[in-house]
Design a protein around this ligand. Structure first.
Ligand SMILES: [Zn+2]
Length: 347
């Protein structure tokens, strides 16, 4: 496995006395996908003129509650229902979670699943049980969809928290999709994983966990079900990768594996909260439903997003949107050191 890196130095004369300062720019490539990023940790120190908030304001939390479709007093009457062949009761329920169709779908099968009855939860207020109930309900829906349409075999599980992450609703919820075709990244990861097994005789994912544990710099934590690392070549700030040992598809997760996953997510969110994060994306990259693929391991990535407030500096500019190169402000090795602390402190 190759961790490609190219380090360049740039000299800048800094006012007021114009003394030279050397900044380090590191170009990295993801060892599986080849995705390119550049890291300059000095960028985290630049003045963000519109960025002031450190706590989510009442206007965002309370001000958006009135008329929220996902709140318990509206969810029954104001959210759509599935046809009976997918779900006899119209919606699936488990614990605080309700699963119902997305009114503005971008897939043939696209559901929304609430995480809590509460309209707003901060990053340190989610419980493992909320996540487990949500994942179980989503999984049940995905399996119901697949049993109706065998071509719909690509599950997607996405959690966008707060508007800077792309979420249009403040109320905690995930998106659950089943598609007939994989996303571009799902397809790319599976193809590259297959290539790796064919040419090396071993699973890329097993090798990645083993090597990251040996190197130690980006390794964070593992339990019986999965391992956590700070991604070598991130596509987002503070990117954490969750890699399952022996599961390929989201629909193959058992309850214990979901509990182990939920525990790790809650810990990372506690860490994010301590680091001043108020918005994030969690994306799962799943193999197909009902197909054993020994070359692929179910995995997820979590990235922090700008703090939710009226006006903020976006973390995504022309380099990310158009040049397909990810400009990163935090060194993965530093993220791992900080995040390990949160796992060690309370274990
Ligand atoms: Zn709500």
């Amino acid at each position: 496995m190759e961790f490609k890196s190219n380090i360049k130095k740039v000299e800048i004369l800094i006012p007021p006395d114009f003394r030279p300062e050397t900044q380090r720019i590191e170009y990295r490539e993801d060892p599986l996908t080849g995705s390119k990023c550049l890291i300059n940790i000095k960028r985290a120190q630049r003045a963000k003129q519109a960025q002031l908030a450190t706590a989510v304001s009442d206007s965002i939390t309370e001000g958006t509650k009135e008329g929220c479709f996902f709140c318990p007093e509206h969810i029954e009457n104001e959210t759509p229902k599935f046809p009976a062949d997918i779900c006899a009761a119209g919606r699936l329920k488990k614990g605080e979670c309700t699963v119902f169709p997305n009114l503005f779908a971008f897939s043939e099968y696209h559901a929304v699943a609430t995480l809590s009855r509460a309209h707003f939860l901060d990053l340190n207020q989610f419980t493992p049980q909320m996540l487990v109930d949500n994942m179980m309900a989503c999984q049940e829906w995905m399996i119901a969809v697949h049993s109706q349409n065998k071509h719909a075999k690509w599950p997607i599980y996405i959690w966008n928290h707060m508007p800077p992450s792309g979420a249009s609703m403040v109320h905690p919820h995930v998106q659950s999709l089943v598609r007939e075709a994989p996303t571009a990244m799902q397809e790319h990861m599976l193809a590259k994983s297959w290539e790796h097994l064919s040419s090396n005789g071993s699973s890329f994912w097993h090798e990645l966990i083993r090597e990251e544990k040996d190197i130690g710099e980006r390794y964070i934590y593992s339990n019986d079900s999965l391992a956590l690392i700070a991604s070598y070549a991130p596509r987002g700030f503070r990117e954490i990768q969750f890699i399952f040992n022996d599961v390929c598809s989201f629909t193959d997760l058992n309850e214990t594996q979901m509990q182990d996953f939920a525990y790790a997510i809650v810990k990372v969110l506690e860490g994010y909260k301590q680091m001043g994060v108020g918005s994030f994306n969690l994306n799962m990259f799943s193999g197909p439903i009902g197909e054993k693929t020994d070359y692929y391991s179910l995995n997820a990535k979590m990235i922090s997003r700008p703090f939710p407030q009226g006006v903020y500096s976006s973390d995504t500019g022309p380099f990310e949107r158009l040049q397909d190169e990810w400009v990163i402000e935090f060194l993965p090795e530093d993220v791992a050191v900080k995040m390990r602390g949160f796992f060690e402190a309370r274990d």
